[in-house]
Write a protein that binds this ligand. Structure first.
Ligand code: ATP
Length: 442
């Protein structure tokens, strides 16, 4: 058991002063409210692992909502309370959020359902958590400030780099914990303990996933796919036959695994070159996981897992179009930027990143990267207003002319707005000459 002094020193060494001051103030406020307050869970785990984590979860023995209100009153903070759960979110004046919960016990009325809750002690509250490494707490009350509370040997498991559940029914009660085990294993470089592995296998064999809602399963899958390298976790899900448990068509093949690794490279490459990346990483990986499925199966998976319609379309229809486009590019890579643009601009970022991963040659990959980094954002400077000033009455020709300007600009023929204006004037006079009558241009 580390001495309280060591924990306080660790906190001083690792935490930003703003957070240190906040934790101390929470302790003072708890004393004034006559309750015990603890910072718990991932925050404490990451403190001991020397990892940055600024998500503060406070558990209060007493009334969490009353405490949150009393604390908020000592400074300019807002409180949003959820009385049904005894929880509250405090938002400080700078927007920083602190989660507060009343220590509670959960009763599962049915396996894999959401639990009923009741007020309790810190220990009972920690008992309902997923893994021992997430059960650590540090007390914040002034007289016990910095006391590490470790009811379930979480410190030992952190030292041994092991993920262990707290009781044998844990995965039956909440199968999402299986996904969390896989995610944490890879994130922290830990291993799932032997008994815990057996309990995962048992739970899957018992068919616990039949009772888990598609939306909750997808939430966990997304969390895995949003980690910095989800590929080992996806392989682990496959090893546990967890993907197939969600839908038999979700079987990982050698080719898919390769494509997943290429996707990671493509995503990292894209994020390096993109000024502000708006690419959903999980969606690229998920699209790849679905590649061995038929369209019908892929749509079924998307529906079971409650993906939005546009996400389903992206994974099925757009991906097929992308494969088709890749075949065309492999046959003949366009020399003109404008043609490359015409082929690629219809695709969303996620699909373009997928295409970079799935491309069969470096030349094609480079062409897609060139489109993403250079061509995609090119726009004519000239606008409808300018066309009007050139004497062209508004109408459907505007669009055609602006496309011609864009093509010429993509091909490097126009640099400045003056170039564009001169280019349009030339088009107009050419057409005029051809028609012998300017009126016909309209
Ligand atoms: P992340 O860094 O992904 O946010 P985290 O563990 O730091 O992971 P949350 O996932 O927000 O944070 O969870 C907060 C705490 O709630 C965890 O420390 C964990 O103990 C508990 N928890 C979350 N999900 C479950 C679950 N399904 N079953 C039991 N406890 C859970």
């Amino acid at each position: 058991q580390p001495r309280t002094r060591d924990i306080i020193n660790l906190m001083r060494e690792r935490l930003p002063s703003k957070i240190l001051a906040l934790l101390a103030d929470i302790g003072k406020s708890a004393d004034q409210s006559g309750c015990n307050a603890f910072v718990v869970g991932g925050f404490v785990r990451d403190l001991l692992l020397y990892r940055k984590n600024e998500d503060i979860d406070i558990v209060v023995e007493g009334d969490g909502i009353l405490f949150a209100k009393a604390f908020a009153a000592t400074r300019q903070a807002r409180v949003h309370a959820y009385s049904k759960f005894g929880t509250a979110v405090i938002t400080l004046d700078d927007g920083f959020k602190v989660d507060v919960a009343t220590a509670r016990t959960e009763y599962y009325t049915a396996p894999a359902a959401l639990p009923e809750v009741e007020k309790s002690s810190l220990k009972a509250d920690l008992y309902r958590r997923d893994f021992t490494i997430n059960t650590l707490a540090i007390q914040l009350n002034q007289s016990r400030y910095g006391t590490l509370i470790d009811h379930f040997a979480g410190q030992k498991d952190i030292k041994d780099k092991t993920l262990r559940i707290i009781h044998n029914l844990s995965f039956v009660e909440d199968p999402t914990r299986i996904f969390r085990a896989v995610r944490f294993e890879s994130r922290f470089g830990f291993s799932i303990g032997k008994l815990t592995v057996r309990l995962i296998e048992n739970a899957i064999r018992m068919g616990v996933f039949k009772r888990l809602s598609g939306a909750r399963a997808m939430g966990e899958i997304i969390a895995i796919l949003e980690e910095s390298d989800p590929v080992p976790s996806i392989l682990r899900l496959h090893e546990f036959r967890l993907l197939a448990a969600l839908h038999p068509a979700m079987a990982l093949t050698e080719t898919t695994t390769q494509l997943l690794m290429e996707s990671r490279k493509a995503l990292d490459g894209y994020e390096l070159m993109a000024e502000d990346s708006n690419c959903l990483r999980w969606l690229v990986y998920f699209m790849v996981i679905l590649t061995p499925c038929t369209s019908g199966e892929a749509r079924e998976v998307c529906r079971i897992l409650r993906l939005a319609k546009w996400q389903e379309d992206l994974c099925v229809r757009e991906r097929q179009q992308a494969d088709h486009c890749l075949k065309r590019l492999a046959k003949e890579l366009p020399l003109d930027n404008s043609i490359l643009y015409a082929r690629l601009h219809v695709f969303k970022t996620e699909v373009l990143v997928y295409m970079m991963a799935a491309a069969d040659s470096n030349r094609t990959r480079k062409a897609i990267a060139h489109f993403l980094s250079r061509l995609r954002s090119v726009r004519p400077e000239i606008q409808g207003r300018d066309l009007k000033n050139l004497g062209l009455p508004p109408g459907p020709r505007y669009k055609k002319i602006l496309i011609q300007v864009l093509d010429a600009k993509l091909n490097g023929l126009l640099q400045t707005k003056e170039d564009e204006t001169a280019f349009v004037a030339r088009i107009l006079s050419d057409t005029g000459r051809q028609n012998g009558n300017l009126e016909l241009i309209k």
